[in-house]
Design a binder for this molecule. Structure first.
Ligand SMILES: Cc1cc2nc3c(=O)[nH]c(=O)nc-3n(C[C@H](O)[C@H](O)[C@H](O)COP(=O)(O)OP(=O)(O)OC[C@H]3O[C@@H](n4cnc5c(N)ncnc54)[C@H](O)[C@@H]3O)c2cc1C
Length: 507
């Protein structure tokens, strides 16, 4: 067993952990010992091959197919230097004022979060894509929405030198996307923060503040870890958990906090998503160009869903079509003609939806697709079919329809052809990539895990600083809000620095 000592240890290096590392870096420049422990490797440029199945296995937990306990939904979240920011699409939205009102967390103001989000927008070079870089797949969504009178907005994106490879979700092969692996982590390392990759934290001892971790051996891809493979005990004065909405609650549950914090793991939400597909009569530009330029929030009230443009790769597309045989094959053979829409259902934060751990301590996500979400999905399939046809599609595939294809001649029968009775859990491919909650912030230890600064109730040395802090779902793409919340946690940690100087490590 190797032993190490640090003043501050951050677990995880994604949107939350990367932001904390960079915000604490000036302390490292003044001599404090700060480490980020990251389970995944740091990939080299040549490791981003663009080969779908290879990259899914390289970058994502369970190859991107992490299943919920009832096996009705897959969850996508990454394991890498930079966490899920390596695979995200880079849409950069500030949380709406109404959502913060709905969260209703005393002491958390929209002014504060929007100011902090603005800082990360600047750091990450967020801007609107020039019109000539927008491909047909995105343009057709815009035109379809406008024809139907739906509100449609352009996404701000965090890019530098995008070459339109369309491979954002497999890791950008052109180093264009400005995730924490490109911006915050290198900046933190320059000032002396140590980022230790391939380092999986198993448990935190609540008495001694020592972390138990394993550094995994080098694999064929990625840079080697700075530490030799083996078991480690790492003592720290302050620990910041930023392992994401699945792994942060799991780590705290493994560390024995479940008994004292009944909300730990609970109120978990994820924007359950559908990928919908339509076919045009001609080839369209869909693969080249940034995949996600527009969104439509017309249906947030009362139907509780968002529509966004998207373009997925052959394996994911094939998996998302509900059915098989000649119709499925005919759709897959004409990938060059496909237009796609991503549906995000805005799910309720319910105590029964939660992260637990199995007998080996691995996370289990016990989440049920509720009636409201199914209603949202049915309404979203109808709305999307109308948008596809308004944009000139020849045929639409809706996973809850009476037939595999709805043809353009049938566009007046959409509401009769797509019904709730035809929505069968298990038949429809549901996935989620906006994982939120599990260490929700709030005012007391009965129904929340941390205070509004991310400090775990009753433990002034332990913080959470990632998507697990969300008390309810974000209602927009969440990464900027995660960074803003992590920024608050870093500020709270900085305010403890005076106490740290007089404190021995691990006590
Ligand atoms: C395909 C995809 C596309 C997305 N697109 C967008 C988008 O366009 N806009 C947007 O706003 N959001 C998007 N998101 C969501 C966004 O990426 C996440 O919400 C955000 O990155 C979550 O930040 P986090 O810090 O909570 O966790 P993560 O970024 O997932 O980071 C957690 C890190 O902790 C590490 N870790 C976990 N357990 C341990 C452990 N025990 N020990 C050590 N390390 C550990 C993991 O390896 C990981 O690197 C997307 C997500 C995906 C998957």
């Amino acid at each position: 067993m190797h032993t190490k000592e640090f003043d501050i240890v951050v677990v995880g290096s994604g949107a939350g952990g990367g932001a904390v590392a960079k915000e604490l870096a000036p302390l490292a420049a003044h001599g404090m010992k700060i480490a980020v422990l990251e389970w995944g490797p740091k990939f080299r440029e040549a490791d981003y091959t663009g080969r779908e199945v290879e990259m899914a296995n390289r970058l994502y937990f369970d190859g991107g197919g992490f299943l919920t306990k009832d096996r009705n939904m897959t969850l996508a979240f990454a394991r890498a230097y930079g966490g899920s920011t390596v695979v995200y699409t880079g849409t950069s939205l500030v949380i709406p004022k109404e959502t913060l009102g709905r969260w209703g967390v005393p002491g958390l103001s929209w002014d504060d979060l929007s100011r902090r989000s603005q800082k990360y927008k600047e750091e990450n070079n967020v801007h609107l894509l020039e019109p000539d870089l927008i491909n047909d797949n995105n343009r057709l969504f815009y035109e379809g929405c406008r024809q139907l009178g739906y509100q449609v907005e352009q996404f701000p994106l965090n890019l530098k030198g995008c070459q339109g490879s369309g491979m954002c979700n497999m890791g950008c092969p052109n180093a264009a996307k400005q995730g924490t692996h490109r911006v915050q982590l290198p900046a933190a390392e320059k000032q002396g923060v140590q980022v230790i990759t391939r380092c999986e934290v198993k448990r935190i001892d609540m008495e001694t503040r020592a972390l138990e971790a394993v550094v995994h051996p080098q694999e064929s891809v990625g840079e080697p870890s700075k530490w030799a493979p083996g078991r480690y005990q790492i003592k720290a004065k302050i620990v910041v958990v930023a392992a994401g909405a699945v792994n942060s609650p799991a780590l705290l549950l493994r560390s024995g906090l479940g008994g004292r914090l009944p909300a730990l793991g609970r109120y978990w939400t994820c924007h359950p998503a559908l990928i919908l597909v339509a076919q045009h009569d001609r080839s369209i530009t869909n693969y080249y160009g940034h995949p996600k330029s527009y969104y439509c929030d017309e249906f947030v009230d009362p139907d509780k869903f968002l529509l966004e443009t998207c373009m997925y790769f052959p394996f994911v597309t094939a998996k998302n079509l509900a059915g098989f045989g000649p119709e499925h094959a005919s759709m897959m053979k004409r990938m060059d003609r496909l237009q796609m829409i991503l549906v995000l259902a805005l799910d309720e934060a319910l105590a029964q939806n939660r992260v637990t751990i199995d007998h080996e301590g691995n996370p289990v996500v016990d989440y049920r697709i509720g009636d409201q979400t199914i209603d949202s999905f049915v309404a979203s399939m109808r709305a999307s079919a109308k948008i596809f046809f308004a944009a000139g599609a020849r045929r639409v595939h809706a996973p809850a329809a009476k037939k595999f294809f709805i043809e353009a001649e049938e566009k007046n029968q959409i509401d009769a052809l797509i019904t709730r009775d035809d929505f069968k859990l298990g038949k429809v491919s549901i996935s989620a990539a906006h994982l939120m909650g599990g260490c929700r912030m709030g005012t007391n230890a009965q129904d929340s895990v941390t205070d509004v600064w991310g400090q775990v109730h009753g433990l002034p040395w332990l913080f959470a600083a990632d998507a697990s802090l969300f008390p309810k779902c974000a209602q927009i793409n969440p990464y900027l809000t995660i960074m803003a919340l992590a920024d608050r946690a870093a500020e709270a940690v900085r305010s403890r620095v005076g106490e740290l100087k007089t404190q021995p490590v691990g006590v």
